[in-house]
Design a protein around this ligand. Structure first.
Ligand SMILES: Cc1cc2nc3c(=O)[nH]c(=O)nc-3n(C[C@H](O)[C@H](O)[C@H](O)COP(=O)(O)O)c2cc1C
Length: 190
């Protein structure tokens, strides 16, 4: 597929539309390998990933739903939201948490580490699109909380950029997608 077409036609697909098919780990590793080729200032390679597959998907569901229950006052508790937090990880074949590691080496500003990690995610998204694998990029529950970062094995100074849900989908997505403005409005030529 031509790169321009791939970039434009890649679409976010929510796990509710996944078929339940389990993808080979080797395919996920291939996506991760492409992440490793993102740009990286001074080769800090700040991207980190935690892969949930098989039974560990329910560990994620159990953890995020318990966190929701713990932090939500009884009168604000939403059973549907709770159930969604429990169940969504198992709708996917694999779920990957994406973290920008704050190496604190002071070699580069941390914002650049976040930028590099975001590029790594785009590599994954494009590779997945090229293999007709559906991906949903979600913030997840309380991505900024110490509890979530600690569950994933990271420090509070690290930044969790969300979770990538992978699966197969037969849903017809609008490949043209939508954007609410055009690039001219966001570009200054000097
Ligand atoms: C960092 C980040 C977090 C996101 N979190 C969510 C989310 O929690 N829920 C959601 O529905 N979409 C979320 N999105 C947006 C979708 O992944 C998707 O990109 C958006 O709906 C636009 O659709 P498209 O990617 O098909 O053009 C997030 C996007 C980014 C970049």
């Amino acid at each position: 597929m031509k790169l321009e077409h791939l970039i434009r036609s890649r679409r976010n697909v929510k796990p509710q539309f996944f078929t339940g098919e389990i993808l080979p780990d080797a395919l996920i590793k291939c996506f991760l390998e492409s992440a490793h080729w993102a740009p990286t200032h001074r080769y800090t390679e700040p991207w980190r990933f935690v892969v949930f597959s098989g039974d560990s998907r329910s560990l994620l569901g159990d953890f995020q739903s318990s966190l929701y229950q713990e932090l939500t006052p009884e009168d604000a508790f939403d059973q549907m939201k709770y159930d969604k937090l429990v169940n969504t990880p198992c709708l996917a074949s694999h779920v990957i948490a994406v973290v920008a590691k704050n190496t604190k080496t002071l070699k580069v500003p941390f914002v650049e580490e976040i930028a590099a990690t975001s590029c790594a995610v785009q590599n994954i998204l494009l590779m997945a699109a090229s293999k007709e694998v559906a991906v949903h990029w979600s913030s997840g529950f309380m991505p900024e909380s110490e509890a979530m970062k600690s569950f994933l094995g990271f420090d509070v100074e690290d930044v969790l950029l969300g979770f990538l849900y992978f699966g197969k989908s037969e849903k017809k997505v609008n490949k043209s997608g939508k954007r609410f403005s055009n690039m001219d409005e966001k570009t200054i030529w000097r």
